[in-house]
Design a protein around this ligand. Structure first.
Ligand code: GUN
Ligand code: FE
Length: 421
């Protein structure tokens, strides 16, 4: 049969947040780019086909990073003694300005894309900078490296340094140009509408971006309720709108099932209900929320209440783009939240956080992040033989890889059925 691939190994994935599906020495049959099925013994019809035998290695879905800033790659690990607004002003805007130079962008973006790949991130949603030409470099680079993604040119036309303040019409013009050029250019890398956040966007730009979103049927990403000073600022800028999230919604930027809001640390009941009603995806960014002293999002509660949730590295608010590192931080923070709440409810389990980093975030893209039938075959082959001599279950081995493994354990990577490493 044409286009068929059979992989053998120790298969682990999540269909739902609360349990793992594990197949010891199991088989995954892949047809072209998609999973046909997983089996504990190979069905007769496939018996004559060649098997790619990964022996004792683990086979898991590729990771999904729902929120990261490409032009902040060089700033990882510095400036983290500040909170959000002074951090933006002192470090972030200064670095992003360098992306007016496409040669600088070429250098940074190729290292970023390779680092994402090496760390097993097979789908990513990226903020670029305000710069159109460097954003094109980012599209081209991500395409070359072969991982899938949404990339957004940032829009901001107020409350930022003059060197990054866009002319409103030019910002919209550049956005439309990128949308037209890149909507169909590459199969795996697509544009997304990206107002930076409410404080740096005029009503006029938000209105236009809402219109473009509808007209070109696009997805949207931004930041929401990350930090207390930010939230106070938004309520001063929009005194007549009932809450931060409502401002995006008012301008048509909460497109149902197609919008990501990073953080949502302080979203109140009304905001949560709005997110739920619109099927907005919350990108939980525990590294960033810790580094910038933003706070602890009640992510376990959000997840249990049926909100769409995934994980984001948010580099360089977050200092590390490895999604296993982000997973560990998410679990650790959820434990602190649980203690803070006098042990009410529960904290994130390993299957919870693995789900968030795979199928939870993956559903923003479509059928991604699981090995169920018809899911895209995005997978990592993990050699964990150097991590322990103990006789562990597959779940324990996965847990160990998440906690103490790194990119060196990721020996092969598949995206849409093709090996990219
Ligand atoms: N809010 C507005 N811009 C940013 C950014 O670059 N990073 C984070 N973490 N929050 C933001
Ligand atoms: Fe961010």
């Amino acid at each position: 049969m044409k286009g068929l691939k059979i992989l053998k190994g120790n298969i682990i994935f999540t269909k739902d947040p609360n349990s793992f599906v594990t197949l010891e020495n199991g088989y995954i049959v892949v047809k072209d780019s998609k999973v046909l099925g997983t089996y504990s013994s190979l069905p007769e019809e496939f018996k004559n086909l060649e098997i790619i035998d990964y022996k004792d290695k683990l086979i898991i879905p590729g990771f999904v990073d729902l929120h990261a800033h490409a032009p902040q790659f060089e700033n990882r690990g510095i400036g983290l003694d500040r909170e959000l607004i002074p951090w933006l002003e002192t470090y972030t805007f200064v670095e992003e300005d360098k992306f007016k130079d496409t040669d600088y962008a070429k250098d940074v973006y190729s290292r970023l894309a390779n680092s994402l790949k090496e760390n097993g991130t097979t789908s990513v949603v990226l903020f670029s900078s305000i710069h159109k030409e460097s954003t094109k470099v980012l599209f081209d680079t991500m395409h070359k490296v072969g991982i899938s993604g949404f990339i957004g040119k940032v829009n901001m036309d107020r409350n930022c340094p003059d060197y990054l303040k866009e002319d409103t019409s030019k910002s919209i013009e550049d956005t439309i140009e990128l949308v037209k050029e890149y909507s169909k250019k590459y199969p795996l890398v697509k544009p997304i509408i990206t107002p930076r956040f409410i404080p740096t966007c005029s009503d006029e730009i938000l209105l236009k971006l809402g219109e473009i979103t509808t007209e070109y049927d696009l997805k949207v990403q931004s930041h929401l309720s990350e930090n207390k000073s930010e939230i106070d600022w938004v309520s001063k800028l929009h005194p007549n709108t009932n809450g931060y999230g409502m401002v995006y919604d008012k301008f048509g930027l909460f497109k149902p099932q197609s919008t990501i809001m990073a953080h949502c640390v302080y979203s109140d009941k009304d905001e949560i209900n709005l997110l739920k009603e619109k099927g907005v995806f919350v990108a939980h960014c525990p590294g960033s929320n810790t580094n910038l002293s933003s706070g602890i999002a009640p992510i376990k509660e959000m997840m249990d209440s049926g909100l769409n949730v995934g994980l984001g590295s948010d580099i360089s608010g977050g200092h590390d783009l490895s999604m296993t590192k982000v997973m560990v931080l998410a679990v650790q923070l959820s434990k602190m939240k649980w203690l803070e709440n006098n042990r009410k409810g529960s904290f994130l389990s390993t299957s919870n956080v693995f789900y968030l980093a795979t199928k939870g975030g993956g559903s923003f893209f479509g059928d991604i992040g699981s090995f169920e039938r018809n899911y895209d075959f995005d997978a990592l082959i993990i050699d964990d033989s150097n991590l322990t001599n103990l006789d562990l279950s597959l779940e324990e081995r996965l847990q160990k890889f998440i906690y103490i493994g790194d990119d060196r354990n990721i020996v092969n990577i598949y995206v849409k059925g093709s090996k990219i490493k």
